[in-house]
Structure formats: C-alpha cells, structure tokens
Design a protein around this ligand. Sequence first.
Ligand code: MN
Length: 296
Amino acid sequence: MLATKPKSFAKKLHHVQRNTEHHWVGNGFPVRSLVSYPKLGALISPFLLFDYAGPMEFPPTDKRLGVGEHPHRGFETVTIVYSGEVEHRDSSGGGGKIGPGDVQWMTAASGIVHDEFHGRDFAQQGGLFEMVQLWVNLPAKNKMSPAHYQNILDSQIPVVQLPEDQGSARIIAGELDGLVGPAKTYTPMHIWDLRLASEQLIHLPVPDGYNTLLAVLKGSVQIDGVETVGAAEIAIFEQTGDHICIDHAKNATVLLLCGEPIVEPIVGSGPFVMNTQAEINQAKADYTSGKMGHLV
Ligand code: MN
C-alpha cells in the first residue's frame, strides 16, 4: 500500500506558473509553453521545457500537419499523446506512430534530425488533438552520447491505484508503490500521468531534494489551502520535503514531473541545449555540415 500519512514534511509550493500565450510549432501544434529553462532553469531542472499542444479540434485534411526536418542536441524530447496521433521519423532510424496513452522518448544527445506530424489516419478523419512535449536535460557527460529512441506504448505503462479511490497513476518513468515505469532515463526522475478525484487530502511521495512540478491539463487541484491550479497551469514546489500534498482534486488530469536537479550551466539556442556558448556554436556548425544526419 502507498503511505497515506506523511513521513516527515511536505514540499512547500514555490509558485504557480500560468501562461496563456499560444504559438504554433509548424502548422500542427498549437502550443502553450507552460515552463521553460531561460526563466526557470534551476527550479525545474532536469526538465527544460513543458509544451502543451491543444486541446484543439482539427478538421479533416489530406495535408501533412506538423513540423518538418529539424535538429536537436544535448537533451531528450518526450512526447505524450492524450488525443489524436503523432508520427515521427528520425535520423537514428527511430520513428513510428503513437496514439492516446503512448509516449515517444527521443534521446537527441549528440544530435538527431527528425520530423513530427499528425498521424495520416487521424489527419484524414480530423478530431481532437492534445499532446505534451517535455524537454529533459542530459548531464554534461551524456550530452554527446549516441542518439537513440524509446517507443513506449500505453500497454507497457503500469498503473497504480491510489488509496481510498483518489485516482490512479500511470508510471511513465521512475516508480511508485513498487511499480516501475518503462522509460530508461540518464538521471533519476519520476514522470506520472495522474487521474485524480478526491475530496480528501492526497499525499504523493517524491524524494527530498528533487525538483517537482505538478502540471494540470484538465480539471483542477487545490494546494496549500488557497492555490487552485487549473487547466494549463503548473505548480512548482520547493526541493525540501519528501512528499507533496494536494488538498483536493476535481476530475483532474495531471502530469507529475519530479527529478534530481542537474546542477550545471545551461546554454541553449533554439533546438540545442548545451553547457557553454562554444558548444552551441559547434552544434550549429555540426548540423549545417550534416553531422547530425538526415532523414531518408
Ligand atoms: Mn523536435
């Protein structure tokens, strides 16, 4: 059973991040960047970026909706589909189509070129599109490791039932209550896709010293007795404490991101996130000269 009582004390809420500005990534992804490293780097490390695409209805089309060939270096992109389909190809030979509940975990590391589109069948039918893309940083020692790709299907993701009918947690990475998620990560982290509905206090165990973000996609949760966190808002917690408390939750779909901070300089430019400006310049040169590969 999960511990239902705190072992020591709860992480305090640092603040709630709210961003209503949309931008389009290509012609397929209407994105709100809910948190990003230029402003919040140390508070959210090892996470760099949380892009929430949709939810948005797309009419049927024969067009390819998405973003064409582009590079990444120095981190991982993690795409979690809630509604619709995403197709992807990359220069390491990875790729495929994922649908609701599935996850693409792409380790760009030393460099990759990929494209990202709505699935062809989904585009032709039209419908509700909703996905999250996280950028997860790599420690300096792994930034130039070989690129690779993990395709994680919904059926591979274990589900933990929370006590007292408070809801459930899909364990994408890390573990909860002895169930281990399928994603292989370079630094310790937990990524749980939660469905919460409870009038009672919910305790979630997360390690002391880790950064913790609670991203609400649907519904709402209340924290610290006063802060209501609603759709497309992220609660960011302080590092100290070995669990978080949610006062109550209303039909909430929530992603919990929690990880050991990577305490290293972050220097980024567009699709590259490294430790120094010289490494960024090198990344641009390597992409331009074709060293990150091409799609075939
Ligand atoms: Mn990309």
